[in-house]
Every structure is written in C-alpha cells, then in structure tokens.
Design a protein around this ligand. Structure first.
Ligand code: ZN
Length: 134
C-alpha cells in the first residue's frame, strides 16, 4: 500500500514505497507460507474475476511492513500473515491491492473505485488498523 507524503520544501506530493522488511523464517512461518500459497491466490483470482480486474502475477511474501502491495507491472504481493486476519479483512486487503491495478495511489478515484467493489471499505480499513502484524 503506497502512501502519499507531502514535501513542504518542494510543495509536491510523492509516493513513498517503504522497503519491505523481511521477517525471520521460522517453522511456523513455513507452515503459514504453505497454507497461504494454497489459500490466498485462488481467492485473489475469484475476487479479480468477480470485479473485472486482471493482474499479472501473485507472490506470497514473508514481511512485516505491509499486508499487500501492487506494482506498476500489475504484480500483486500478499503477506502470508493475511491468514491471521478474519476473512472479511483478507478480502479487503486483496480488493485494495486489486484497485491499485487501476489507480496506483490513494487519491479520491482510488477510494471511489474501492468503495464500488468493497462497500463500507473505510470501516474495514479502520478495523484492519486494529490488527497488529504478527
Ligand atoms: Zn494501498
């Protein structure tokens, strides 16, 4: 999820992509990764098909800096820790990243699109913020 920052020196907004911080690989992480690979890509495909999105590739990541991300090349990364979230928040993160295929920012058009495919998305965003990545 890229974030917009305002630089008062230049008067410009810019997108900061935080460098993903990789998490240590433990047996639990390996178990979750295996499960995430089985569970998350089919659900992403389902949500993409149902809402008219086409992505390039999906990769399961082991990091502690974001739940998901989307590149300008149409590749989507999903954090294996999504498995620790309730299903509606997993779907929210996936729909959020799918919307970045069309709007690679967090501007008004992005949120309008996300609201169309995920009604009540602001409440889900607030709910997501309550969850610590673990
Ligand atoms: Zn985002």
């Amino acid at each position: 999820m890229p974030r917009l920052f305002f630089n008062p020196l230049t008067g410009l907004y810019y997108i900061l992509r935080r460098k993903p911080r990789r998490a240590p690989v433990t047996p639990e992480v390996e178990r979750m990764r295996a499960q995430a690979k089985v569970q998350l890509p089919p659900r992403l495909k389902e949500l993409a098909d149902a809402n008219g999105f086409t992505y390039n590739r999906v990769t399961i990541k082991n990091n502690i800096s974001n739940w998901g991300s989307c590149s300008a090349k149409g590749n989507i990364n999903l954090n294996l820790r999504l498995l620790t979230l309730p299903p509606q928040l997993q779907d929210y993160v996936m729909l959020h990243e799918l919307c970045h295929l069309k709007e690679l920012n967090h501007g008004p058009r992005f949120h309008a699109l996300l609201e169309q495919v995920c009604p009540g998305h602001w409440a889900l965003e607030r709910e997501l913020k309550q969850h610590k990545m673990r």
